[in-house]
Design a protein around this ligand. Structure first.
Ligand SMILES: *Cc1c(COP(=O)(O)O)cnc(C)c1O
Length: 361
């Protein structure tokens, strides 16, 4: 059996060990005579899976005790309206820092639900950088400040979170959660769709400070209120049980592989393999992101012409590399190298890039 060199942007690669464990347990989970998918979400067996996923998230992300961890549905995209619905009262303004298409989408939803402002934006350069913290404008009436920690499409990533604000800081970490240690205590709410770094699609992780929950709007639809899910341990209605089971197994794999700092070390090594080729290519490969804003999750680059980009992608595909097409808004190429993508896959891509340059320059 050969596994693909999978550089998909999301849903993305999962650890082989995790897939094989799921395969072994598929028709008889924990001697129940059933698959996890067939268990009642009110059963003791399922509840153990559910609570283990939550406690592993707390452990691996070092979530302080004054936070709740929720497992929701609707993807990161449903968080875009839920956040302003819950946390942007009429007398305040929600502040968005725009660093890519996903921040724009988050802002678009917030605009429909209340007042918004843009604290900073790097759209002038087609999002090649993260704005310096001291250029981000914040106001006393900010309901919160929303950032996107990793810009999946453009390949930029926040390096630290020293924003000058007393307002609650909220981050979309969909494409870099658990790829490195982060100071959770700096944030009032963190959210992430699971399908990039944490598991399959279908479950969204939310980490939210209790203090923020106390300020939440109450007159909103039940399912869109964070407090509904807090009160019921994310079991108010049927959760995506199989996705949560896979999430739990991915988290166990992360723990066995050195936790968040183990992931960071591996991810930096992987990213360096590819950025080194770009930097040593004499301009044959041109990185989209400015160097000090580069992501260790999504490596975005272009070749000199559309023809060369196309030839690169065609040959890469033939050589067994999957998912290297850049997003249509940037063009070119993108290697998404989330936690589960192996160092070996990145080495293989490095060699392929060097060979391709030698053949085509
Ligand atoms: C993929 C992605 C999303 C969208 O996630 P869905 O779960 O598909 O809604 C949002 N934000 C970022 C940063 C992403 O990478």
């Amino acid at each position: 059996m050969t596994r693909a060199h999978n550089f998909n942007a999301g849903p993305a690669a999962l650890p082989l060990d995790v897939l094989e464990k799921a395969q072994q347990e598929m028709v008889n989970f924990n001697n129940t005579g059933m698959s996890v998918m067939e268990l009642s979400h009110r059963s003791k067996e399922y509840e153990e899976v559910h609570n283990e996923a939550i406690s592993l998230l707390k452990e691996l992300l070092q979530v302080p005790n004054n936070y709740e961890v929720l497992l929701l549905q609707g993807g990161a995209s449903l968080q875009f309206p839920m956040i302003p619905m819950n946390f942007s009262p009429k007398d305040k303004t929600a502040n968005y820092v725009l660093t890519g298409s996903w921040s724009e989408k988050a802002l678009k939803e917030a605009k429909k639900l209340g007042e918004t402002r843009i604290g900073a934006s790097s759209s002038d350069s087609n999002y090649t950088y993260i704005p310096d913290a001291d250029t981000i404008e914040t106001e006393a009436d900010d309901a919160y400040v929303h950032i996107t920690s990793n810009n999946t499409i453009f390949g930029t990533q926040w390096q630290d979170f020293q924003l000058n604000t007393n307002a609650p800081l909220i981050a979309d970490m969909s494409s870099d959660i658990l790829s490195r240690p982060v100071p959770v205590e700096r944030f009032s709410l963190i959210y992430a769709g699971a399908q990039k770094n944490l598991g399959p699609s279908g479950v969204t992780v939310v980490i939210v400070k209790k203090e923020l929950l106390e300020t939440a709007e109450t007159n909103i639809p039940t399912l869109l209120s964070y407090n509904t899910h807090v009160d019921k341990n994310s079991l108010y209605h049927t959760p995506p049980t199989f996705a949560i089971y896979m999430l739990k197994n991915v988290l166990q794999w992360v723990k066995e592989n050195g936790g968040a700092s183990g992931m960071e070390k591996r991810n930096q090594e992987k990213a360096s393999l590819l950025y080194d080729v770009i930097d040593n290519s004499n301009g044959f490969y041109k990185g989209h992101a400015e160097k000090d804003s580069r992501s260790i999750m999504n490596v975005t680059f272009n070749l000199a012409t559309d023809e060369l980009n196309k030839a690169f992608l065609d040959e890469a595909k033939k050589a067994g590399f999957v998912g290297l097409n850049g997003h249509r808004s940037v063009g070119g190429c993108r290697a998404s190298i989330y936690n589960a993508v192996s160092v070996e896959s990145c080495k293989a891509l490095q060699e392929f890039m060097i060979d391709f340059q030698q053949k085509h320059q």
